[in-house]
Design a protein around this ligand. Structure first.
Ligand code: HEM
Length: 124
């Protein structure tokens, strides 16, 4: 039987991963400057809610923000291959630091890697 990632790791799993991800963002020399200071927690909640909804949990993100249209929402940020790779690297560290099971982490990383590639909008 197929068990959704949300059933497997729950709200807490997504909370842990996004906290570990965003704790690294402000000091990152590539990503830090892109995120508005003072709104890191709001940004974290948006990413958490998006992932929760995407992986079978309550659709809070869509209820609050509408259709994700992630490529459009990221166009104003300069995402080249380097920025994409750094985002993926911080997410990978976050998944490791969180207590979520390895299989769940692999599933989450596959999705994030593909989504991050799709968001590249600048040549290096
Ligand atoms: C590829 C590198 C990426 C960069 C540089 C990047 C950067 C950003 C920045 C600067 C924001 C604005 C923060 C805010 O919400 O106020 C943002 C928002 C967001 N990002 Fe990314 N992001 C990347 C990849 C991703 C990926 C892979 C996902 C999904 C797995 C994602 C999901 C989101 C979501 C859901 C929002 C909130 C959009 C909204 O509702 O306005 N991002 N991102």
């Amino acid at each position: 039987m197929h068990v959704s990632l949300y059933e497997a790791i729950g709200e807490e799993g997504f909370d842990e991963v996004t906290k570990a991800f965003y704790s690294q963002v402000p000091d990152d020399e590539i990503l830090g400057p892109m995120y508005p200071p003072g709104q890191i927690e709001d940004a974290r909640v948006r990413l958490r809610d998006f992932l929760v909804g995407r992986f079978g949990g309550p659709p809070r993100y869509i209820a609050q923000r509408g259709h994700p249209r992630l490529r459009m929402r990221h166009i104003r940020f300069p995402i080249d291959r380097r920025a994409r790779d750094r985002w993926v690297q911080l997410m990978s560290t976050a998944v490791e630091q969180s207590g979520i099971p390895a299989r769940a982490g692999e599933q989450l990383m596959r999705f994030c890697e593909d989504a991050a590639t799709f968001l590249i909008n600048r040549r290096a």
